[in-house]
Design a protein around this ligand. Sequence first.
Ligand code: GDP
Length: 472
Amino acid sequence: MTEAQRKQEIARRRTFAIISHPDAGKTTLTEKLLLYGGAIQLAGSVRARRDSRATTSDWMALEKQRGISVSSTLLQFDYGGCVINLLDTPGHKDFSEDTYRVLTAVDSVIMVIDAAKGIEERTRKLFEICRLRGIPIFTFMNKMDRPALNSLALLDELERVLGIGAFPVTWPLGSGEDFRGVYDRLRHELHLFERTARGQHRAPNQVRGIDDESIRKQIPERIYAPWREEVEILTGAGETFDVAAVMAGQITPVFFGSGITNFGVQLLLDYFVRYGATPQPRISGDTPIPPEHPDFSGFVFKVQANMNPRHRDRLTFVRVCSGTFVKDMIVNDPVSGDPVRLSYPQKLFAQERESVEIAFPGDIVGLVTHKAFPIGATLTSNPSIRYDEIPRFSPEAFAYIRNSGTAKYKQFREGLDQLLQEGVIQSFSSLDAGRATTLLGAVGQLQFDVVMYRLHWCAGLAPAWTGARSRT
Ligand code: GDP
């Protein structure tokens, strides 16, 4: 592969995550992006797959039990000549540390807001993380097919509550029952949609110029007149679309739509492919390492236990930052420094694995390993590159754990070590505690439930808690 081809591969990568408050419509939008990306034929299959596989993995069984999303998914698909890497962020608020790690691996985010509710608490927290990292943020105002807040007020809220400039790229024509389409303010085109059965297929779409007389015949005056007036207000404000300010995270391009009926989804995807960030440098010491750097480097941002209970392996997720990843390549072990071969790399589509031979900066590779690399570790053969992307968060909940049965001590220790490597919890040593008791700290209560679940239900052990498991 020539240098020019490699540069082209980097330039066509878009690696992102969707952030939202629970129920704003993240899962629905993910599915619709896949539908438009041609990666699935019928919307509904991702969720169906998630449900049908629920019993095959402990994470998912827990997810089902608690009604929350704790499993992380990576989706890769091609769209408009680009390779789209979509990382799922865990949904529960207690998983903020885990979510933070995922956000270190992306180059932009799509923020989904329920247009009836505006900015909710978790959206604000996730937004803050993205802002700290200077990540470009695209906003999707979802559920416009339901009674929504006033669109101008929603824009105002972005500026007032989040303190970010908002540039509406699309503008809704009507809302709730009257939601008919969106106007593309950059191309001056009105997209009129039709609903399809349960939004399983792409929404049929007619495109018109704003002054097209036929619009007035099709759209009742009570919907047309306020829309036209708002479009004129926005045009009169005279703001132009500043791509550099979007890249710097100072302005968020805003798209209106409805994930469930597919209205406005394709425009979001088209503009995201066009303006979403290409793979960005990651920092080693004080030096940004550009993706074009010839040496392979990447860092571990997530470790996950075997999704398949028949295998005792684990997946180590690596964000490729520079150079080219090739199957069976040798890097230095981040702990011992010894050479280690990166075998069995996997590309994942939802829970399906597929072997990967080559990957470029921006891509995520899942390494199947028996020995986990620590979270945050840099994988490279260039000793001068060492990323420090992932901070450790201060735990807010503490508890002692011990093995209440005297048997299976070794399995208990191994199970606990695995959870520590995955970064679910942290452990602390104290001088007066006996060998059999370990003090654990976690960012939230839910992690303790995960520990209990994994050790008791999945490994058949008998863990017992001592001490309060409450927030300090
Ligand atoms: P998540 O928790 O953010 O992943 O949200 P989901 O995608 O699971 O959606 C939460 C609920 O909102 C589900 O009942 C969806 O069917 C519904 N929903 C999602 N998008 C839309 C939309 O555009 N319009 C309407 N009316 N409902 C939606």
